[in-house]
Design a protein around this ligand. Sequence first.
Ligand SMILES: Nc1ncnc2c1ncn2[C@@H]1O[C@H](COP(=O)(O)OP(=O)(O)O)[C@@H](O)[C@H]1O
Ligand SMILES: [Mg+2]
Length: 258
Amino acid sequence: MGKIIAVANQKGGVGKTTTAINLAAGLSYFNQKVLLVDFDPQGNTTQGVGTPRESIKFSVYNVLMENHSVKEVALKLVHPPLTLIPATIDLAGADLEMADYKVGRERLLKNKLDVIKHEYDYIIIDCPPSLGLLNTNALTAADSVLIPVQCEYYALEGLTQLLSTIRLVQRLFNDKLIIEGLLLTMFDARTKLSVEVQQEVRKYFKERVYRSFIPRNIKLSEAPSRGQSIFEYDVRSEGAKAYAALAKEVLAANTKEV
Ligand SMILES: Nc1ncnc2c1ncn2[C@@H]1O[C@H](COP(=O)(O)OP(=O)(O)O)[C@@H](O)[C@H]1O
Ligand SMILES: [Mg+2]
């Protein structure tokens, strides 16, 4: 049975999309069957893996709000070897449309993913930078949530809000939801701030913080413009090493659980 991991943080620019793409790619190169779900109306994940616009006939919007199945919408990629559910700007309207539904609106994504869950080892959801119904849908569908934390001054601010949202979803819609881990991103060893933030986050969240951390690495920011994961763009880069280490850590944690 596949494990559904939501990559979430309501803050924008903390490394959610970079993590969703490169964790999914890393796991797929470790021979895992991976489904990557772009759940952000901005479609950065979809573009970041080089999906040609003309290949997108349907998107996650059609899965969420209409009768389309995951299978009908899924696109098979070769490099990295994974399956993508693309997102387009259509998804921006879903939040409002769902708000009109009286019952079941939080479980729309879960209902669709549950049907194909057994076909994958990992399903990685790239969440939007908000705490609305889209995020609730992702957290309700997920088994666990991976939280990227950017190593900057306001890193911890907002985490409290995210954690209370997670607790609310646990209570109301998904009592099995756990925190997969917190991931320090854009770490810069030359700055005192990065080091301090890392210590602070580790102090509060202890073993829930991954040993692997993601350094600030220019290659990671260049790769999406080529439509490549870091493993195609520059497999020798520090960014590639860091995301490979993260993928290994995620695999090890989940093998132990079984
Ligand atoms: N480790 C990193 N090193 C350098 N740039 C990064 C790194 N992680 C992300 N970026 C860049 O920072 C920006 C925000 O990252 P992104 O993953 O899109 O965040 P989010 O999805 O949370 O909004 C993007 O331009 C991305 O390329
Ligand atoms: Mg993003």
